[in-house]
Design a protein around this ligand. Structure first.
Ligand code: COA
Ligand code: AMP
Length: 630
């Protein structure tokens, strides 16, 4: 139910009445070197391009603009690392200077507009600094999450073809140091494309041995560099590529542009999060994910906020009170995290005593995304924090929320399990299998009428056809989100799950298809299926079923251990692939399609409900028997 003072309906209607005028007004909050020729040109790309003809620099909007406005002494970024035992604070002036120097260092290595830079770094300030430095000189960054294995890094390097790779010597996980150099070396050996140079940030916990002629010390290069000024780039130029799981093993290179992204993110800070200059915003995610790109780096800085960057976990660094400590230490006004982080805290500290033992008086709201927040977790957080808890739904592709609660517009009802209302800019509907719009209350495919708003991906990296096939071809005139759900009578959206093979494990987006490819590559495996089973901590975890080739006589346990190790080696620890079972056969339809949904239901303890076309119902008994040992 909407609060009576809410301006949401009025603002949404204003956008509907004249989308271009509405976006033009939003764009006026950004500094442009040249104003756009048109707000939207529908003829460019798969569905149109925002602000063509416009020139700007997003890094300049994030940094120099605030310094020029006299806010140089205010804090832009706080780094808090319980894993490193360090903290750091950067004012807008300091951050601008560091970004300008790193931009200069990249330029000295030959990086220019349109060149790609792969960033393989953990949650250190230099990751954000390098992203902003690339943007400053018009280079396109592509950040790779630290939990991926060498083969995944190699696939991204091969596709993005970076001129330079910027990496740290190590990342820190509780109880272990993840040395990045061996992973980077292995990735470079696998990738047909080799960069011209690597800039390596040496961390004292595990310094890397630099390869002469290829690797350069990050801090030395920064110190020796001539600071680079921001260059005006076209609004439609790519700012970054962020690879995300698709429905095949090959990751999709989601492209983001400069202009639309700057406009949408700036708008979202006020409209959705209710934050402005000087407010402290903490997004407890990772720069390797879209949430980190948008709400650790670009959006808070565009809005002149203080962004908190946290290298730690919700539990274990050192305990389930960690989030409370950070909120109190830095005066966090809004916290944004994934539901899995709350579940981890709740498991260890059900009464939230550790969390609430800290001074949370400056916290005003909690935002959740990355996966659907189960109602008990949302209710627990709302009760323990006694603050609004706002679930909002979005994707790597959209770059900012599709649905949300709107603190800036006075609409943030608490409806646990719902992701809120569509943001202005999104005409969201549920469609049936034929693409017909369904009435309120009916479940179907959640789809967005084209064009997508500013900030959303204009295309996939060098793969416009892939963009059309993946998102636009099923329902002409619509963007298929890949999520199923329902819009209720109030207009609130309920996102219930994916319609493809993507699963969310601890808020991390993974493809079960990619895991199946790895399992199928094992010499003893004849066929396999991987499904996402419910998990009380991580939301979903992958569970594999394999049928061995005829004549394989090795012990199943030996093979399953190899399979777990293989997924970790090829995809990475972040896959959380720990459960795989050998079964005599897989349940299939008469036409040979594996009944993954039936396997998933069994894994979740539900009746299998196979379709009438099942070939051999007894195959389900084998699956049930295997799962019995879980
Ligand atoms: N670099 C290297 N390894 C990483 C990594 C990184 N950046 N991130 C995770 N891993 C590893 C973990 O160490 C773990 O390894 P293990 O199998 O040896 O234990 C594995 O990947 C799985 O990690 P994860 O799924 O995160 O589980 P966890 O048990 O380590 O932690 C939570 C569980 C809930 C505490 C953690 O997932 C969390 O903080 N989630 C928040 C999610 C989030 O911010 N998502 C972003 C989207 S908004
Ligand atoms: P990612 O691209 O990693 O951000 O993952 C996007 C997917 O995560 C979406 O398509 C959804 O399946 C899921 N997701 C993200 N946020 C939510 C949410 N608030 N509610 C339900 N599902 C979500």
């Amino acid at each position: 139910m909407s609060q009576p003072e809410s301006r949401y309906a009025e603002v949404y209607r204003a956008w509907q009445c004249d989308p271009e005028a509405w976006w033009a007004e939003a764009a006026s909050a950004i500094s442009w070197h040249k104003i756009w020729d048109r707000v939207l040109d529908p003829a460019i790309g798969p569905y149109g391009a925002w602000f063509p003809g416009g020139l700007l620099n997003i890094s300049e909007n994030c940094l120099d603009r605030h310094v020029a406005a006299g806010r140089g002494a205010e804090t832009a970024l706080i780094w808090d690392s319980p894993l490193a035992g360090r903290n750091a604070r950067f004012t807008y002036a300091e951050l601008t200077a560091r970004v300008a120097h790193v931009a200069g260092a990249l330029a000295a290595l030959g990086v220019g507009p349109g060149d790609r830079v792969v960033i393989y770094m953990p949650m250190v300030p230099e990751a954000a600094i390098t992203m902003l430095a690339c943007a400053r000189i018009g280079a396109i960054h592509s950040v790779v999450f630290g939990g991926f294995a060498a083969a995944e890094l190699a696939a991204r390097i091969a596709d993005a073809k970076p001129r330079v790779i910027v990496a740290a010597s190590c990342g820190l996980e509780p109880g272990r140091i993840v040395a990045y150099q061996p992973i980077l070396d292995a990735a470079l050996a696998l990738s047909p494309h080799k960069p011209e140079a690597c800039l390596i940030l040496q961390r004292e916990m595990a310094p890397a041995t630099l390869t002469k002629g290829r690797d350069y010390d990050f801090l030395t290069a920064e110190a020796n560099a001539k600071p680079a000024d921001p260059v005006p780039v076209r609004a439609t130029d790519p700012l970054y590529i962020l690879y995300t799981s698709g429905t095949t093993g090959r990751p999709k290179g989601v492209v983001r542009d400069h202009g639309g992204y700057a406009v949408a993110l700036h708008l979202s800070m006020g409209m959705i999060y209710g934050l402005g200059a000087g407010d402290v915003f903490w997004t407890a995610s990772d720069v390797g994910w879209v949430v980190g790109h948008s709400y650790i780096v670009y959006a808070p800085l565009l809005a002149g906020c203080t962004s908190v960057m946290y290298e730690g976990k919700p539990v274990g660094t050192p305990d389930a009170g960690a989030f409370g400590r950070v909120i109190a230490a830095h005066g966090v006004k809004v916290l944004f995290t994934a539901p899995t982080a709350l579940r981890a805290i709740k498991q260890q500290d059900p009464e939230a005593k550790l969390l609430t033992s800290h001074d949370l008086s400056r916290l005003e709201a909690l935002f959740l995304a990355g996966e659907r927040c189960d109602p008990p977790t949302a209710e627990w957080a709302a009760e323990k924090l006694a603050r609004p808890v706002v679930d909002h739904w979005w994707q790597t592709e959209t770059g900012w929320p599709i649905t949300a609660g709107f603190r800036g517009l006075g609409l943030f009802p608490f409806k646990p399990g719902s992701g809120g209302r569509p943001a202005p800019g999104y005409d969201l509907q549920t469609l049936d299998d034929n693409g017909a719009v369904l009435p309120r209350g009916a479940s179907g495919h959640l789809a967005i009428r084209l064009p997508l708003p500013p900030g959303a991906a204009p295309t996939l990296w060098q793969n416009e056809a892939g963009f059309r096939t993946a998102y636009l071809s099923d329902f002409p005139g619509w963007y298929r989100t890949g999520d199923a759900g329902m819009i209720d009578a109030d207009g609130d959206v309920w996102v219930m799950g994916r319609t493809d093979d993507i699963i969310n494990t601890a808020g991390h987006r993974l493809s079960t298809g990619a895991m199946e490819e790895v399992l199928a590559s094992h010499a003893d495996v004849a066929e396999c299926a991987v499904i996402g089973a419910q998990d009380t901590l991580k939301g979903q975890v992958p569970v594999g079923m394999v049928v061995l080739k005829a004549g394989v006589s090795r012990a199943s346990v030996e093979i399953t251990e190899e399979l777990v190790a293989l997924v970790r080696e090829r995809i990475g620890p972040v896959a959380s692939f720990k459960q795989v079972y050998v079964v005599p056969r897989l349940p299939k339809t008469r036409s040979g399609k594996i009944l993954r949904a039936a396997i998933r239901r069994l894994a979740d303890g539900e009746p299998a409900n196979p379709p009438p076309t099942i070939e051999d119902p007894a195959a389900l008994d084998d699956i049930a028997a295997a799962l019995h040992s879980r």
